[in-house]
Design a protein around this ligand. Structure first.
Ligand code: NAG
Ligand code: NAG
Length: 211
């Protein structure tokens, strides 16, 4: 009798330790999976232009070809990663171009600024110039006149930057293009009923393999 009880106690203890061991292995596996899902893969940011308005765009030809403009827009940038925040390793910028020629560049956030995980940041940009230099050439001037006649201008916003994500070594470039069609509505003038800015999704350049 006594001998048998001993044996069964032993078995119970053995079972118990096996159970603990299995549980520990399971916990380690789950932790590894969570870490891989959280930090193993980067999902690219998504960028949209939520709103934009052009109140001035005119050609200035003396002393050199330039654009006088006033443009305001709302850029929305989302970091879809749930555990990794993105820290700028280069300043985040938006460049404006007409007919492929850049005429201005604005900074959205400086080097070192962080963008939290799962966060969407809105950048409200208002910029203008009496004469922003632009290398249009006569082809560009002709294109300007053609668009000017319609009152709708095609302006491209290019977003560029570089970020490093939490717990990752490599840096990832951000390069996106947002083609906008903007109806010119001078300040003080009521916008035609048809002018409703449709949200534009920016096209991102493919990320590096390590990003
Ligand atoms: C347009 O831009 C110019 C900068 O050249 C600025 O002085 C002016 O206040 C701006 N106008 C509006 C309505 O934002
Ligand atoms: C653009 O159009 C406006 C009127 O809509 C006109 O006054 C202006 O001269 C035009 N500019 C150019 C460069 O064609």
């Amino acid at each position: 009798m006594g001998e048998c009880d001993d044996c069964c106690d032993n078995c119970r203890w053995k079972d118990f330790w096996w159970f603990v061991l299995c549980l520990a292995i399971l916990v380690v596996i789950v932790v590894v999976i969570v870490l891989v899902v959280a930090f193993g893969f980067v999902r690219q940011v998504s960028i949209t232009v939520d709103d934009a308005s052009l109140t001035r765009l005119a050609l200035v030809s003396t002393p050199t070809t330039a654009l006088a403009y006033n443009l305001s827009l709302t850029l929305s940038i989302r970091n879809p990663n749930w555990a990794m925040s993105a820290k700028n390793t280069e300043p985040l910028e938006a460049a404006y171009a007409f007919d492929g020629q850049q005429f201005d560049r604005v900074q959205l956030a400086d080097k070192g600024a962080a963008h939290g995980a799962k966060k969407t940041v809105l950048y409200k940009l208002t910029s203008g110039s009496g004469a922003a230099y632009v290398a249009l050439g006569n082809a560009g001037v002709a294109e300007f006149k053609a668009q000017n006649a319609t009152g709708v201008f095609e302006v491209e916003v290019a977003v560029s930057g570089e970020v490093k994500y939490t717990a990752r070594v490599s840096k990832c470039k951000i390069q996106a293009k947002c083609p906008l069609k903007l109806q010119l509505v001078p300040t003080g003038q009521a916008a035609p009923a048809a002018v409703v800015f449709q949200k534009v999704k920016c096209k991102l350049e493919k990320a590096d393999k390590t990003c």
